[in-house]
Write a protein that binds this ligand. Structure first.
Ligand code: GDP
Length: 324
């Protein structure tokens, strides 16, 4: 178990390393400055933007830093490093209640555009919940493409859970209706619903998601509804834009950022969380079934910005051992 966790964490670190190296390098050089002045703040700003933290979030963090520097009368640039890590970590902190849905009968609506890793994420979540002893069911409510249904079935088989589906072109609401009946009849703990992410047709998308929610609350009032948006970390500011657009059409309770093992610039997780003010709950760090991790803000921010104290972080991870 410990070995498994260690391996997991190592992968997160390696995943982020492509970005991490350049961020850590420029971060270190910023702190090599002789004093805190406008140039120092500007260089810091550039580093954050380079890390994909987005303009608004960067501004907020810098403003916050300036206040704290003033309050504590800090003179040394190096002393700002810990302050910055703390500011970002506090902002990213995930309340424990964010995972309450895992302890209740829950229906999880998984939203996001095609290609971001929705199917894969559903498969990974299904496998993890099943492994932890829960009864899991998957519903293929993206009926737009036959391939999407087939691919989800492959993941359901891999995870060892059942899937409710209709044919291509069927009404997604009908799939949800059947899935909810099945979940109730089978005393399912977690029902994961795949949805179609056609952002170019916002009105349809909004109606479709609203209809699904109506069916769930009418037919399964005891269930807790959780909606998770999946975003591809490698698409940077596009992911941010998708998050904005989805939040305009539906409620979002949590964020999953995938492909952090690729060329993603880790700052995107910070930007998206700040923008939506919704917690990042999971991160995808590979294509395999166990490559999904609960988001750990402390380990993440440290992995991104600091030289990284390996021993301490591994202990942190072991102590933070997730319930999954
Ligand atoms: P969907 O269209 O949103 O359902 O996306 P898929 O689940 O089909 O994923 C699209 C591609 O992204 C597939 O090739 C997946 O293997 C890949 N993918 C998904 N999550 C991750 C991840 O965390 N890391 C990596 N490297 N690839 C991923």
């Amino acid at each position: 178990m410990a070995e498994e966790k260690k391996g997991f964490f190592k992968r997160l670190k390696e995943g982020l390393s492509k970005t991490r190296n350049s961020i850590v390098d420029s971060f270190s050089s910023v702190f090599g400055a002789s004093h805190i002045d406008d140039d120092f703040y500007e260089e810091l700003e550039e580093t954050f933007i380079m890390a994909d933290m987005g303009y608004e979030t960067t501004e907020k963090v810098i403003e916050n830093l300036k206040e704290r520097v003033k309050e504590a009368r800090i003179k040394e640039p190096a002393a700002c490093k810990e302050l910055i890590i703390n500011i970002i970590r506090d902002q990213m902190m995930v309340d424990e209640s964010a995972y309450d849905f895992e302890k209740k009968k829950s229906v999880i609506l998984v939203i996001g555009v095609n290609g971001v890793g929705k199917t894969t994420t559903i498969g990974k979540l299904a496998a993890q919940y099943k492994k932890s002893g829960k009864k899991v069911l998957i519903a293929a409510a993206d009926t737009f493409r036959a391939a999407a249904i087939d691919q989800l079935k492959t993941w359901a088989d891999r995870a060892g859970v059942e899937m409710i589906s209709h044919n291509e072109g069927a009404d997604p609401a009908a799939v949800v209706y059947d899935a909810v009946s099945a979940a109730k009849a089978r005393n399912t703990d977690i029902l994961l619903i795949d949805t179609a992410g056609r952002l170019h047709n916002k009105k349809n998308l909004m109606d479709e998601l609203a209809k699904m929610r109506r069916i769930i609350s009418r037919d399964y009032p005891d269930a807790n509804v959780e909606s998770l948006i999946v975003l591809d970390g490698t698409t940077g500011q596009n992911a941010l834009e998708q998050a904005r657009q989805f939040s305009n059409v539906t409620e979002i309770d949590g964020i999953v950022i995938t492909k952090l093992d690729g060329t993603a610039k880790g700052g995107i997780a910070i930007a998206i969380q700040a923008e939506l003010n919704v917690p990042v709950k999971f991160i995808g760090i590979g294509e395999k079934i166990d490559d999904l991790q609960r988001f750990d803000p402390s380990a993440y921010v440290e992995a991104l910005f600091s030289g990284f104290d390996e021993d301490r972080s591994e202990i942190d991870i072991l102590m933070d051992e997730a319930d999954l």
